[in-house]
Write a protein that binds this ligand. Structure first.
Ligand code: MG
Length: 270
């Protein structure tokens, strides 16, 4: 009889004890203690600085470095020598690739950043595959020509090509998660978060590069870890460069009519 009773009573006693244990969601009874425990995980400094957002989607916020505002290319030079003023055509607030003069890059050097850039494949674009509105945003220019890390620009609206070379690809490293392309003649935008690779003093890789991209507001690269510079031929590999570098826009050799850019700005990140 006694044994039967303890079997019945003990589980109820243990259950009561367990209910009185402080849970992980917060301490029990004492309201003052609860307040101080809650405060222990509040962080009040450093206070994030106030940034005034742009008035409409894509407009530069108050702390942006504007690289092209529709007026001139004062902040840009030819990538082939890093000195000659960029000679691409600026008219009606937009910038159009000049295939005869080659790629252009910023005078200013960057490391980690957020970038906004708008681009348009001409309505009368011709060609197929990679020869149809090909350009590119080089997150880092490590030299003349196509040296660096390219986020592909291409007409990928009903234009088949290798998928790791379509618009929004990290060229030959990562296909976009989806194809968010608009048709030729429509403005499109990339919003980019670039984390630059870091190299050790001996030139070896310390930490890789990461890229996040929204294409027309749609996530197409999600913190993708790059395996090196983007190469036309061969496997990518890292090659040390300085702590900061220019951003480059590609003049591609295909014969299709040149594409245009507008509203380019960058926010430097730690
Ligand atoms: Mg390209």
């Amino acid at each position: 009889m006694r044994a039967t009773l303890s079997v019945l009573v003990l589980p109820a006693f243990v259950a009561t004890l367990a209910a009185q244990e402080p849970s992980r969601q917060g301490p029990p009874a004492d309201p003052a203690n609860r307040q101080s425990q809650a405060k222990a995980t509040e962080l009040w400094e450093p206070v994030p600085k106030v940034v005034t957002p742009g008035t409409n989607a894509g407009a530069p916020p108050s702390d942006a470095i504007v690289l092209f505002d529709g007026r001139n290319l004062d902040g840009w030079v030819l990538a082939r020598d890093g000195v000659t003023p960029a000679g691409w055509k600026v008219a009606d607030g937009i910038l159009t690739v000049d295939k005869a003069t080659g790629s252009i890059q910023t005078k200013r050097l960057f490391k980690n950043y957020q970038m906004h850039i708008e681009w348009r494949i001409p309505a009368d674009v011709t060609g197929t595959d990679q020869a149809r509105g090909n350009s590119g945003v080089f997150l880092v220019s490590t030299g003349p020509g196509d040296a660096g890390y390219e986020l592909q620009v291409l007409d990928s609206y009903e234009n088949a090509t290798y998928v790791n070379g379509q618009a929004g690809s990290v060229y030959k490293q990562a296909s976009p998660l989806v194809n968010a392309s608009r048709k030729p003649g429509d403005w499109q935008m990339y919003d980019i978060v670039w984390t630059a690779p870091v190299f050790n003093a001996d030139g070896s890789l310390k930490t890789p590069a990461y890229l996040t991209v929204l294409h027309n507001g749609v996530l197409i690269q999600n913190h993708f870890e790059l395996t090196g510079e983007t190469l036309f031929i061969g496997k990518p590999f890292y090659k040390a460069y300085g702590a900061s570098a220019p951003i480059k826009l590609q003049s591609h050799g295909d014969p299709s009519p040149p594409i245009s850019f507008r509203n380019i700005w960058v926010r430097e990140l730690p």
